[in-house]
Design a protein around this ligand. Sequence first.
Ligand SMILES: NC(=O)c1ccc[n+]([C@@H]2O[C@H](COP(=O)([O-])OP(=O)(O)OC[C@H]3O[C@@H](n4cnc5c(N)ncnc54)[C@H](O)[C@@H]3O)[C@@H](O)[C@H]2O)c1
Length: 254
Amino acid sequence: MRLENKVAIVTGGAAGIGRAICELFAQEGAKVVIGDIDSGGGRETVARIEDAGGSAKFVSTDVSQESQAQALVEKAVSEYGAINVLVNDAAAFVFGQVQDVTDADWQRVFGVNVLGPSYMVKHVLGTMREAGGGSIVNIASVSSFIAQPAFVPYNTSKGALLQLTRCMAMDLAPENIRVNCVCPGAILTQATELHREFTGEEREKFLSDAADSNFMKRFGQPKEIAYGALFLASDESSFMTGQPLIIDGGATAQ
Ligand SMILES: NC(=O)c1ccc[n+]([C@@H]2O[C@H](COP(=O)([O-])OP(=O)(O)OC[C@H]3O[C@@H](n4cnc5c(N)ncnc54)[C@H](O)[C@@H]3O)[C@@H](O)[C@H]2O)c1
């Protein structure tokens, strides 16, 4: 029960890594509030948590809209009281070379991946202060550090999210609010599957190349990222702030 008596908001909790984080946090004693644009998936995560004996709520939220981020925090507070943990997991997966990226693409990828987390933090600060501090965990990526072919908008946004993490950590440390990020490598989720409109052999090649790109020669599972988020969310990481936790099977160590 590493999150006993804690309340956690998790954006992007309707699927993939975010859902694994919600389920693990609930298993470790947290009350979880999920914000996502996918209502069906969000409700399913709540049902899975309740079936396992935990407590969770879903709030339909597009994190790129500040008013919706604010409403998510307000609903979480009215449901469970002060918020102790915020996980910013929701992301837009927008890829391409610079000449292919439209203005709307840039707005979307920065709106969800960078502005969304900033709105969430801005509106959760008051309740975290009341609770005497808190832990914010951003789900960044190995793409925060490296270049990948035709990944310009996504990697630029994830680089910005790493820097947002460091800057907020510096400003919020005096209030006992820690800000870190988990940086996953290749994890098998719907986002990986839908990465591009691959079919047949192309898709198989993409998946096997991605798995081959690390020391472990396999994809990671969402739960292997959730354990990193759990460490950062819990008091076990009480002297850690402003840092990335890279979980990538060694991909960026080679
Ligand atoms: N899968 C990987 O290989 C991988 C690698 C590195 C980093 N990541 C990061 O992990 C996180 C989760 O990725 P995933 O693979 O589980 O993806 P996923 O597609 O399975 O889940 C993403 C969730 O975010 C939600 N979402 C999208 N836009 C939103 C918005 N505007 N407001 C609220 N919710 C929104 C989706 O509905 C979905 O439930 C992302 O931040 C992603 O960048 C994933």
